[in-house]
Design a binder for this molecule. Structure first.
Ligand code: ARG
Length: 463
C-alpha cells in the first residue's frame, strides 16, 4: 500500500529512509490518546457537516473496535504505517472504506501529535503527583517512628550537630512537597488543546473547537495555531520537574548508601531491595539506591535533549520535533520506577538505633558549649575561640570535652561552672533547637502535623 501522502510522489522512499523516518516503533505508545483525539475530532467534523450523523457513528464505532484491537494486542501494523497517526487512519479506512478517508479533513499530524502528547502527559503528570504523595506518606510515617532517635547531622560530610532522625526524614518530605506542587502547577499548562490548529494556520473547516475541548475535557484551547504546533515547553517543564524530583531522591539515596556501609551502619536495607555479589559471599549491596542515584542522569540528559532539539529551530513544526518522544517516555518511565522503588526502600528500612551515636564524640557538643558561655555573658566570637581551644587540647591529649576538670576549665575562663558537665546529653542538645523548623521534639511534631495537612490538599483540579 502506498503512503497516505503518496500522491505527489512517483516512487517510494528507500528502505533506509523508511526506517529512519518512522516514529511508529516508539509513538505506538500513544495509541489510546490518538483514538481518543480522533473520536472527538469526528464529532467536530459531524457538527461541521463533513460527516453525516450515521457516518460519524460508524467512525466512532470503528475507532472503538480499533481500540479493542490494541488493548487485546491484536492490532497488526503494516510496513507503510509511518507513525501511530497514519496507522490508525489506515486501519479506519480498511474497516469502513471511503467514509474513513474523510477523518483527516482539515486535520494535520502536526496538531495531532501535539494533542496526543498533551493527553499522554496529562495522565503521566497526575500519576507523578500520586506517586510522590505515596512516597511522602511513607516518609512521614518513618519520620514519626524516628523522632526519638538522635544522630549527628553533617555539613561538609563532617559531624556538625545532633538532630532527631525524624527531623532528617522530614527534610525529604518537604523537598518532595515542592516536587509534587511543581507537577501540580503544570496541570493548567498541559491542559491546553491544540486540535483545530491544522498544520500551522488553523483549520479551514468550521470546527467547533469548544466542542473538542469539552469532549476531551481540556481546561482551555491553544489561542494561537502557530504556537500550538511549534512549542514543546510544557514537556520541558515536566522533564525538569522529573529531574528535580530524582535529584532529591539521589541525594537521599547517597546518604542511605553511606549509612548502610559497615563504617556507618545506621540503617539496613530490606533484602527485597538489595542484591548480592557473584563473587563475595558476604556482600549485601544497596543496588536499589545506587540505581536511583544513577538513573537521574537519564532524566537530566532527556531534558537537555528536548531543549537542544528546540534551540534555534525555525517555526513552526519541523521533523526534528519527532525526536521529542523517546526522551519524554524515558523520563516518565524512569521517574515512576525510581519513585516506586524508593518508596519500597523507605517503607521497609531498618534503623540500627544502637549505632546512630556510635562514632560521635564530645566535639559534636562544641556549639552547645559555646552557647553555654554565651548564656553566661561571653560574646559569641570569644566563646567560639575558647571552645576551639578546648577541642584542640582535647584532641591532642586524647580527652573528651567532658573529661576536663573544673580547674582546667576555669584556667581558660572563670565563667565555667558545674553546669558544664550537663551539656553532654543528646536529648538536651536537640531540645535546645526549639525554633519553628528546628529539631526539638515539639518542632518535629509540628512538622509532621503540617505534613499531614499537606498530604490532604491538592493545589489544582486534575485537568
Ligand atoms: N510522526 C510525527 C512526529 O512524531 C508526526 C507529525 C508529522 N508531521 C508531518 N507533517 N510530517 O512528530
Amino acid at each position: 500500500m502506498p503512503k497516505l501522502w503518496g500522491g505527489r510522489f512517483t516512487k517510494g522512499v528507500s528502505r533506509l529512509m523508511g526506517e529512519f523516518n518512522d516514529s511508529l516503533p516508539f509513538d505506538k505508545r500513544l495509541w489510546s490518546e490518538e483514538i481518543e483525539a480522533s473520536t472527538a475530532y469526528s464529532a467536530a467534523l459531524a457538527k461541521a457537516g463533513v460527516f453525516t450523523k450515521s457516518e460519524q457513528a460508524k467512525v466512532a464505532k470503528a475507532l472503538r473496535e480499533i481500540s479493542k484491537e490494541f488493548a487485546d494486542n491484536r492490532f497488526r501494523f503494516k510496513p507503510e504505517d509511518e507513525d501511530i497517526h497514519t496507522a490508525i487512519e489506515r486501519r479506519l479506512v480498511e474497516k469502513i472504506g471511503d467514509t474513513g478517508k474523510k477523518i483527516h479533513t482539515g486535520r494535520s499530524r502536526n496538531e495531532q501529535v501535539a494533542t496526543d502528547e498533551r493527553l499522554f502527559l496529562r495522565t503521566a503528570n497526575s500519576m507523578a503527583v500520586d506517586l510522590i504523595r505515596e512516597l511522602q506518606s511513607s516518609v512521614r510515617e518513618l519520620a514519626a517512628k524516628t523522632t526519638g532517635d538522635i544522630l549527628p547531622s553533617y555539613t561538609h560530610l563532617q559531624q556538625a550537630q545532633l538532630v532527631r532522625l525524624g527531623h532528617y526524614f522530614m527534610s525529604l518530605f518537604f523537598m518532595l512537597q515542592n516536587d509534587r506542587v511543581r507537577f501540580e502547577d503544570l496541570t493548567p499548562r498541559i491542559g491546553v488543546l491544540p486540535l483545530g490548529s491544522g498544520a500551522v494556520a488553523g483549520s479551514t473547516i468550521k470546527l467547533d473547537r469548544e466542542l473538542l475541548r469539552r469532549e476531551l475535557d481540556f481546561a482551555a484551547l491553544t489561542p494561537n495555531s502557530i504556537a500550538a504546533v511549534s512549542d514543546r515547553d510544557f514537556m520541558a517543564d515536566f522533564m525538569y520537574a522529573a529531574s528535580q524530583t530524582l535529584i532529591h531522591l539521589s541525594r537521599f539515596a547517597e546518604d542511605l548508601i553511606m549509612w548502610s556501609s559497615t563504617e556507618f551502619a545506621f540503617v539496613e536495607l530490606d533484602d527485597a531491595y538489595s542484591t548480592g555479589s557473584s563473587m563475595m559471599p558476604q556482600k549485601k549491596n544497596p543496588d536499589s539506591l545506587e540505581l536511583i542515584r544513577g538513573k537521574v542522569s537519564r532524566t537530566i540528559a532527556n531534558l537537555n535533549s528536548l531543549l537542544i532539539l528546540q534551540k534555534g529551530l525555525p517555526l513552526t513544526y519541523a521533523k526534528d520535533l519527532q525526536e521529542d518522544k523517546e526522551p519524554l517516555f524515558d523520563s516518565v518511565d524512569t521517574l515512576f520506577s525510581s519513585i516506586r522503588v524508593f518508596t519500597g526502600v523507605i517503607s521497609t528500612l531498618k534503623i540500627r538505633r544502637q549505632n546512630l551515636m556510635r562514632n560521635t564524640d564530645d566535639s559534636i557538643y562544641a556549639t552547645d558549649v559555646a552557647d553555654y558561655l554565651v548564656e553566661r555573658g561571653v560574646p559569641f566570637r570569644e566563646a567560639h575561640k575558647i571552645v576551639g581551644r578546648l577541642v584542640l587540647s582535647g584532641s591532642e591529649n586524647g580527652r573528651r570535652l567532658r573529661d576536663f576538670t573544673r580547674n582546667e576549665l576555669n584556667s581558660i575562663s572563670t565563667l565555667f561552672d558545674d553546669g558544664y558537665y550537663k551539656i553532654f546529653d543528646p536529648e538536651l542538645s536537640v531540645e535546645r533547637h526549639d525554633v519553628y523548623g528546628g529539631t526539638s521534639l515539639k518542632r518535629v511534631r509540628e512538622q509532621i502535623a503540617l505534613a499531614g495537612k499537606m498530604l490532604a490538599t491538592t493545589k489544582h483540579h486534575r485537568r
